[in-house]
Ligand binder design. Structure first.
Ligand code: HEM
Length: 393
């Protein structure tokens, strides 16, 4: 086991490389000790990661005594309380996931596309009306997925300042111990109130879950928090980070303006290239597993699947270090893989295709309003992205 260097949070990217995987995730797969002394493999190989995420001998249960947490805050928030199905194994995981699958199917999401387009256009109208320059995170990237997920879940958008701020605190590993826990309590309490207020009101996923009768109020709230946060934090950060990536690659942005049909593939490429789940996808081994290539995972070892590094595999993606919106990037692992593969991926894809396509079309003169070097990237957050994005047009 390597002990000289402990495996922890993603290291900050060097100046000028904010789109690259964290430097401490760019290496061959190796066994480390975590900050808490628990052994943990950092896996960076594409095939090994797919194997782990498909294999039931690797558990996603955060209550396992050696489940890998990249820092004390993550452990405090995730290990000490009732879980959503993200951190459960089957059959409990699939029992809960099945209850929500139909609401996120491609067919369902396709029917939402006109509504998403209206939300994108209205949000952009408002940003344009307030004038250039503007913070694209606050005025566009965050409101769009927040409005969409609120409608889908039946959560009042009027409360967005509250749940966005609590979500930010919950996912910020630089907060002192106690703060993310309070944020989690606040969000769970809030979702429980939303669910209780839904008596007799059939609208939205939360009401549907609350009306089933086979879920406790705590289960409805815990899974509601997952859907609400995963539903807006991820897409918001992908939207702002993708915008900067395209502004830094103007020829590619121009290709997308000339041929708007390319946006479908471009979104897959941006998901691959930027991989915002930059802390890795965690699992713990339930037995000894030989993954080949000298990687023998012992029972109880943690495993962190470094999907950002795997998504730069040159054997799969050719000149993988380059952003190429015309590449076929569909095999990327940005949404994970296996039974826990992202439930919201059809929704995220639709939102990103519509938001980025519309932004390029309606604001052809969009540019950074501050020097690139001054942008603040979310190195310390569990979901990578930008704190704010000052733009002009
Ligand atoms: C799971 C990424 C958007 C809901 C995941 C996982 C990843 C991921 C990597 C797997 C975690 C694991 O295996 O431990 C992303 C990215 C997004 C995005 C990059 C946007 C660009 C969304 C949206 C929703 C959502 C819009 C809508 C509610 C979920 C849920 C799970 C999940 C519920 C848990 C699935 C399970 O455990 O079965 N996501 N996600 N995500 N995501 Fe997303």
């Amino acid at each position: 086991m390597t002990t000289a260097e402990q495996l922890g949070l993603p290291a900050p990217r060097p100046a000028g490389c904010p789109f690259d995987p964290p430097p401490n995730h760019r290496r061959a797969s190796a066994r480390f000790s975590l900050w808490d002394g628990n052994p943990c493999w950092l896996l960076t190989d594409y095939q090994q990661i797919r194997t782990v995420l498909m294999d039931r001998r690797f558990s996603a249960d955060a209550h396992h005594p050696t489940f890998p947490f990249t820092n004390p805050v993550a452990r405090e928030v995730i290990a000490t309380r009732k879980q959503s199905f993200l951190r459960m194994d089957d059959p409990e995981h699939s029992r809960l996931r099945r209850m929500m699958t139909t609401d996120f199917l491609i067919k369902k999401v396709d029917a939402l596309r006109p509504r998403i387009q209206r939300i994108v256009d209205q949000t952009l109208d408002e940003m344009i009306a307030t004038g250039s320059p503007a913070d694209l995170v606050a005025r566009f990237a965050l409101p769009v997925p927040s409005l969409v997920i609120c409608e889908l879940l039946g959560v009042p958008y009027a409360d967005h300042e509250f749940f966005q701020e609590q979500g930010r605190l919950l996912l910020d590993t630089s907060q002192p111990l106690g703060v993310p826990q309070q944020a989690m309590d606040a969000l769970t309490g809030y979702l429980a109130e939303v669910a209780a207020a839904k008596q007799g009101d059939p609208d939205g996923v939360i009401a549907k879950l609350a009306a089933r009768g086979d879920l406790t109020p705590e289960e409805v709230a815990a899974n509601g928090v997952l859907l609400l946060l995963a539903g807006h934090e991820t897409t918001a950060n992908m939207t702002s980070l993708s915008t900067v990536a395209l502004l830094r690659h103007p020829a590619q942005a121009e290709r997308l303006r000339q041929d708007p049909g390319l946006i479908l593939g471009a979104v897959e490429e941006l998901l691959r290239y930027l991989t915002i789940v930059h802390t890795g996808v965690p699992r713990v081994a339930l037995e000894r597993v030989d993954l080949g290539g000298g990687v023998v995972v012992e029972e109880g070892d943690g495993v962190l699947c470094a999907i950002s590094t795997a998504n730069r595999d040159p054997e799969l993606f050719g000149d993988a270090e380059q952003l190429d919106v015309e590449r076929d990037a569909r095999r990327h692992l940005a949404f994970g893989f296996g039974v826990h593969q992202c439930l919201g991926q059809p929704l995220a894809r639709a939102e990103l295709q519509i938001a980025l396509g519309t932004l390029l079309r309606r604001l052809p003169t969009l540019r950074l309003a501050v020097p690139f070097e001054e942008l603040r990237f979310r190195t310390e957050a569990l979901i990578y992205g930008l704190h704010e994005l000052p733009v002009a047009w």
